[in-house]
Design a protein. Structure first.
Length: 655
């Protein structure tokens, strides 16, 4: 790890304005330190108090944390609640007529949904699911366009105690099939089509294809939301329209009262092996994580207009669209489209139109918008903004400064939030009225989050030295297990190297002299492409499944806008292709990967070789492949390489 010390030196400090600090939910570093002291003095008491303050319980818990079966921790285990009740019912008296969702469709059409409307929609759809036989504990796969119905479907599952598994609408039939099969889903909810950037994708046809791949016998019904007028090609007894399902359903639905430890959802994410992991989240602890971070990190105020640009297919869309903002009673913008359609001022005109106060997006979107029109924000009135956020990958200081000055008018704090699918909620981020920010650093752990940076032996590393990012105490919104694979959960996140005591995040990081944390990147074979997690092994398995391919290795390469791009080294069963042949096969392989996993996993670059650089014991030397991809000089020791001549060939063969 000694070799990965960061070269980034960034000393500019941006404290919150006095005005922001004075009004903030946590005000000043004194406020932050007081919370940390409280957590340190009485960890269970600290979380117990927050859980009583921010969550409505049907039956209050008597015990906060149970560590008996570590690392299978239990939080608030004898408490009883329902998350949909917390997101809807509890707001009806005070906020029934308040707008819950300002939905803006791809074509710009706007629909306002009040808390009472959303409550009715969720109850009717929940009753619809019940009429299909969906019960507490059943799994429901949601493969839908980003929009009000996707949120409704998630909330309806939560209401009746069904466990949802949302599959991002950009994933392919193969990826959808794997997720349906792994969770043995009873119902799949989809739409005839999605519309993004003016283009449609036939979700229903992809769902049919997933079903035809086999292994989906658990599915008893496919509910289809009609997003466009185009009729699906196929329609059979398994299918039912969303609008037919809710027809005549009662507009009230008694929530299913859940134990705090009952699973709320599964969300699949890439790891370092070929098979995505079903990250299982709890009801009580997860929901608390979303609420406490809405309050602290997003400094939520009753009059805010909050906008998180993620898709519900990712964890950010779960915690900071479907649950966090609704739980706290916010008005939020939900946007169906893409930042560059009809042009690169879409975000800025939406902020102006809806008077957005709190804006949360990804560094990759910021970088692409700088490139496509760095001056465009200036043409819009963005004075409603008071807080900005980023998530998904490290933000480079240049992009940070642009976001701060051009979008935020140098008055809005930026919360750079580090967290993961597994952590459920923000973990390391500045509290915006407290911590002075530094461009590129996610700053300090939240109160009650015991983050540390350690070496191979688990000992904390000194300031400035790179190490492994770990969390040394359980926290309420943490992953509970990997669906159906508790051993993998233990091995991946609580490895024996640290006596099973530390949660290993899979990121490397370092602390600077102020104790600020800088995330350096993944330490495992996971790529971060446009803020999306992709397993190199997953892409390799997809490539090798192609009949032409004998062997494949995938690495990441730094990319200006996407953060990382995908480079695939491929050995064919036949001779190494050249010229037009190579181009044709590369195109075919890209389409193949898009079909097997989804477009987001397509290799940006393919290099054909007679073989791959391997050690004498047969291990692929990925470090060399990374150097070649970058076009960097190979300084690494190649003496263990069995076939050194291959390096020149691979260097010359980029397509
Ligand atoms: C990376 C997304 C630097 C990190 C919420 C992590 C970040 C992975 C940041 C999780 C950040 C996320 N700064 N890196 N602010 N936020 N990451 O599960 O490598 O899709 O492990 O969750 O994204 O990705 P995931």
């Amino acid at each position: 790890m000694g070799t990965i010390d960061s070269v980034l030196k960034e000393n500019r400090l941006f404290p919150p304005t006095d005005d922001f600090r004075v009004k903030a939910n946590v005000s000043g570093m004194d406020g932050y330190n007081a919370l940390c002291d409280k957590a340190n003095a009485d960890y269970a008491g600290f979380w117990g108090e927050l859980a009583r303050e921010l969550v409505s319980w049907k039956t209050p818990f008597t015990k906060v944390l149970n560590e008996d079966n570590a690392p299978f921790f239990k939080w608030f285990e004898d408490g009883v609640l329902n998350v949909s009740y917390n997101c809807l019912d509890r707001h009806l008296d005070a906020r029934g007529d308040k707008t819950a969702i300002i939905f803006e469709a791809d074509d710009g059409a706007v629909t306002n949904v009040t808390y009472r409307d959303l409550y009715t929609r969720v109850c009717q759809f929940a009753n619809g699911l019940k009429s299909l036989g969906v019960q507490k504990g059943d799994r429901v796969v949601i493969y839908m366009p980003h929009g009000v119905e996707a949120v409704t479907a998630m909330q309806a599952c939560a209401r009746i105690g069904a466990i949802h598994s949302v599959v991002f609408g950009g994933f392919s039939a193969g990826a959808l099939r794997d997720r349906i099969q792994d969770a043995a889903a009873k119902v799949v909810i989809t739409a005839n089509e999605t519309v993004r950037g003016g283009k449609t994708t036939p979700l229903k046809a992809i769902t049919d294809e997933a079903m035809s791949l086999g292994g989906c016998d658990s599915v008893q019904k496919i509910v289809v939301f009609q997003r466009t007028q185009n009729a699906p090609e196929k329609w059979d007894a398994l299918n039912i329209w969303w609008h037919d399902l809710i027809q005549g359903q009662a507009s009230e639905c008694e929530p299913e009262w859940m134990s705090a430890e009952d699973p709320l959802f599964i969300l699949y994410t890439s790891g370092s092996t070929g098979k995505p992991k079903g990250i299982q989240h709890s009801t009580g602890g997860y929901f608390l994580g979303t609420q406490v971070t809405m309050k602290w990190v997003f400094d939520y105020k009753e009059n805010d207009v909050y906008w998180c640009t993620a898709d519900v297919g990712w964890i950010t869309g779960h915690s900071y669209i479907a649950y966090g903002p609704l739980g706290i009673g916010a008005t939020q913008v939900v946007f169906e489209g893409v930042p560059t359609y009809p042009d690169a001022s879409r975000f800025w005109s939406m902020i102006e139109k809806h008077k957005v106060t709190t804006f949360y997006t990804a560094p990759t979107a910021i970088r692409s918008l700088i490139k496509l029109g760095g001056d465009l924000p200036k043409k819009h009135d963005l004075s409603s903004l008071r807080l900005l956020g980023t998530v998904g990958e490290p933000i480079n200081p240049e992009a940070w400064m642009w976001y701060y000055e051009v979008v935020g008018g140098s008055r809005c704090p930026i919360v750079d939030t580090w967290w993961q699918t597994e952590t459920g909620a923000n973990m390391i981020a500045p509290l915006p009225g407290a911590a002075p920010t530094k461009p590129g650093s996610c700053t300090l752990p939240l109160p009650g989050i015991m983050a540390d940076i350690v070496d191979e032996s688990g000992a904390p590393v000194e300031a400035g030295k790179g190490g492994f990012l770990v969390i040394s105490k359980p926290w309420p919104s943490m992953v509970r297990t990997i669906w159906g694979d508790p051993d993998r959960f233990k091995k991946t996140y609580f490895p024996e190297d640290y006596n099973g005591k530390l949660y290993l995040a899979g990121d490397s990081a370092h602390r600077d002299e102020n104790g600020y944390i800088w995330i350096m990147g993944r330490i495992d074979d996971v790529l971060n492409v446009s803020g999306h997690r992709l397993g190199t092994m997953e892409i390799e398995s997809a490539l090798v499944a192609n009949p032409l391919v004998a062997e494949a290795a995938v690495v990441g390469k730094p990319h200006d806008i996407k953060g990382e791009s995908v480079v695939a080294y491929v050995v064919l069963k036949n001779a190494r292709p050249e010229g037009d042949d190579a181009k044709r096969i590369a195109k075919e392989l890209r389409e193949w990967v898009a079909h097997e996993i989804g477009k987001i996993a397509q290799p940006d670059e393919i290099r054909f070789g007679d073989n791959l650089p391997k050690t004498r014991s047969g291990k692929i030397m990925r470090r060399l492949l990374r150097d070649i991809a970058k076009g960097a000089e190979i300084t690494a020791d190649t003496s263990t390489l069995e076939n050194p001549a291959i390096l020149d060939q691979l260097r010359q063969s980029a397509i």
